[in-house]
Design a protein around this ligand. Structure first.
Ligand code: KG4
Ligand code: ZN
Length: 352
């Protein structure tokens, strides 16, 4: 018998309705319904469309997770939910569902931070996180370097993007290249057949920037540089070498992400780097991180792609770690906090 608590996690911060169930660090179910196809024609996530899709998908996704795990809701010991950051209306659907379950089942509620969950999920695949761990989170909404002494209550931000997130840059460049939304996976695929022939700028890497923005990122200048380069070819009546542009752009993003992540590990004396968020699915990011970390004596841990993109298992994983460490549950009065700071691992009571 395994007496570790069973935790159900709900994720609705963006366009994925995720419900995961874990026992300790063992994944039992990871049901995800995505509304990404409904946003594709707009070239980005439309908040109101996402909220409505969460409402439709919530109950069926909870049912599917329970059935995949072979259990009834009454078997669940605690409920965890993404309280922020994310789209306000989308978060509200998950937070309301989690509160309803916590009340109906009379179980504790853990309102947790989405970014911390992206870090904690790695425990489901690679076991307990060393303390401290360095985390590079790269998604459509975030690009952050985090020093993580304790994923349940001590996360420190070393740097973040000052403009576009890494995934946002992939999506915008994909659009310039005529590739569908979300663009990251398409650029990744195109780049395989491309050559790195164009030297695109690496944002915030000059010696001055390395003083003022040592662990910050900037992708907006890179995105503009790609757009100008493509426009110049088109204006000259030349064909755009899409695969080469994709490979060169991807190289610029991955180079700066891994360079700063390795530097952060070295300067803070941390020997483990976890990479999470949707962009962590990128094949070049995975291979360059492995090469550079190996050369620097750093262990790199990247969850499988399905655990990198938004899902409920990551929320359940962090909830289970909170339970295991005896962290206090949240009040039923916690708000959905669209701008929740990464340094707040759990939600605090506030006005709703
Ligand atoms: O974590 P996620 O699923 O949702 C957010 O919280 O944003 O990340 C989605 C982002 C999108 O921008 C998508 O283009 C990007 O992750 N992405 C990728 C890859 N797969 C997904 N970017 C680069 N290469 C990939 N293979
Ligand atoms: Zn995310």
């Amino acid at each position: 018998m395994n007496d570790q608590p069973i935790v159900l996690g709900i994720e609705t911060s963006c366009d994925e309705t995720g419900v995961g169930i874990v026992r300790g660090t063992t994944l039992l179910a990871d049901a995800v319904a995505s509304s990404v196809d409904e946003h594709a024609r707009f070239g980005g996530v439309v908040p109101e469309v996402a909220s409505r899709a969460h409402l439709d998908a919530m109950v069926p996704t909870i049912r599917r997770a329970c059935s995949d795990a072979g259990m009834a809701l009454s078997d669940i010991d605690a409920i965890a939910v993404t309280a922020g950051p994310g789209l306000a209306g989308a978060l509200l659907v998950g937070v309301a569902a989690a509160k309803a379950l916590a009340i109906a089942l009379d179980r504790p509620l853990y309102g947790i931070n989405h970014l911390a969950a992206h870090v904690a999920v790695d425990q489901l695949q690679h076991g307990p996180l060393p303390e401290p761990t360095m985390a590079l989170l790269v998604s459509g909404g975030h690009s952050s370097l985090l020093l993580v002494p304790d994923v349940t209550n001590d996360i420190r931000s070393l740097g973040a993007t000052v403009d576009d997130a890494a995934g946002e840059a992939f999506d915008k460049v994909a659009r310039v290249l005529g590739l569908p939304f979300p663009g990251g996976p398409h650029i990744d695929r195109m780049a395989v057949d491309g050559l790195i022939t164009i030297e695109f700028p690496r944002g915030l890497s000059s010696s001055r920037d390395m003083q003022e923005h040592r662990f910050d990122f900037s992708f907006s200048g890179l995105k503009t540089a790609v757009a100008r380069w493509v426009e110049a070819r088109e204006a000259a009546g030349e064909a755009v070498p899409v695969a080469d542009v994709a490979a060169s752009f991807q190289e610029a993003v991955v180079d700066i992400l891994t360079r700063k992540a390795v530097l952060a590990c070295k300067e803070h004396g941390v020997d483990t780097l976890v990479i999470g968020g949707g962009v962590a699915a990128n094949s070049r990011l995975r291979s360059m991180a492995e090469q550079r970390c190996a050369a620097a004596g750093i262990t790199v841990r990247i969850p499988r792609p399905g655990l990198c993109t938004d899902n409920g298992a990551m929320v359940a994983a962090l909830g289970a770690e909170m339970v295991a460490r005896g962290r206090a549950p949240s009040s039923l009065a916690i708000p959905a906090d669209s701008s929740m700071l990464v340094t707040e691992v759990s939600a605090r009571e506030g006005l709703m």
